[in-house]
Ligand binder design. Structure first.
Ligand code: NAP
Length: 248
């Protein structure tokens, strides 16, 4: 039976690196995106050119209808999901709490928290052995910000990632006896476009040398940790949160 992995936000950054590596390891891959259709198409094209199976699905993880439709599309095109990577996530401009609008905080929580809950729900409905599924693995992409708090930058984002850590722990225990393992990675500063969205495009280059490992991480280094947690190599890990942060 083929392994089928959904990677939310698989068009760019950590998600795209995870999609490429998953395909190399033999997964059929579905990547979701919201805006950058060309980037999603490039990831899928690369995987197919190497003989892998991949599809791209436009779906905003904060919208319940989009999430339901995405899982149905994957059911039809590839089969029921066996691995979910809850990777889609957003930050907003760096600022202090006093300046944050309700709309901003709601957008961060809707994407990073509600989106992870909705995708995990659809995955559990398909994976749970209680529902006739064959089990599976969920890997949530949290952040070191969950423990550092990101003061003066984006405490809304940090708090959303703390919620992802607790989702990981609670859901792991809730579905452990149903063949589903739930784990998370907590990346540190990784060289992707996300820093530009925070208004600090040079962040990885600037902060990298001050980190214990003296550099920012690459998306591929996070992808390898995600693939390990999703694989049977991590068969006794559930509810685990793995820092991939260069010692930060
Ligand atoms: P990125 O380069 O900005 O890519 C974000 C991805 O998420 C894109 O594929 C984007 O799709 C997608 N996305 C955004 N909003 C979405 C939504 N509402 N629904 C579905 N997809 C959505 O980000 P990244 O740095 O790779 O980050 C990936 C994950 O790692 C995030 O959860 C982030 O919080 C976490 N993380 C990153 C770092 C870091 O330093 N980079 C550190 C810690 C944690 P489009 O292409 O369509 O916009």
């Amino acid at each position: 039976m083929p392994e089928i992995m959904i990677i939310t936000g698989g068009s760019r950054g950590i998600g795209a690196a995870t999609a490429r590596l998953a395909a190399q390891r033999g997964y059929a891959v579905a990547v979701s995106y919201v805006r950058d259709e060309d980037a999603a198409g490039r990831v899928v094209g690369e995987i197919r050119a190497r003989g892998g199976a991949a599809i791209a699905v436009a779906a905003d993880v904060s919208q319940e209808d989009d999430v339901v439709r995405m899982f149905q599309a994957v059911d039809g095109a590839l089969g029921p999901v066996t691995a979910l990577v809850n990777n889609a996530g957003v930050v907003d401009r760096q600022m202090r709490l006093e300046d944050m609008t309700a709309a901003r905080v709601q957008r961060i929580l809707a994407t990073n928290v509600l989106g992870s809950f909705l995708c995990a729900r659809e995955a559990v409905r398909r994976m749970s052995t209680l529902r006739g599924g064959r089990g599976g693995a969920i890997v949530n992409v949290s952040s070191r910000a969950a423990q550092l708090g990101s003061p003066g930058e984006y405490i809304d984002y940090a708090a959303s990632k703390a919620a992802v850590d607790t989702l990981t722990l609670g859901l792991a225990r809730e579905v452990a006896a149903e063949g589903i393992r739930v784990n998370a990675v907590r990346p540190g500063i990784i060289d992707t476009d996300i820093h530009a969205a925070g208004g600090d495009p040079g962040r990885a280059e600037r902060v990298g040398p001050s980190l214990p490992l003296r550099r920012a991480g690459s998306p591929e280094e996070v992808a390898r940790a995600i693939l390990w947690l999703a694989s049977s190599e991590a068969s006794y890990c559930t509810g685990s949160v793995l820092d991939v942060a260069g010692g930060r």
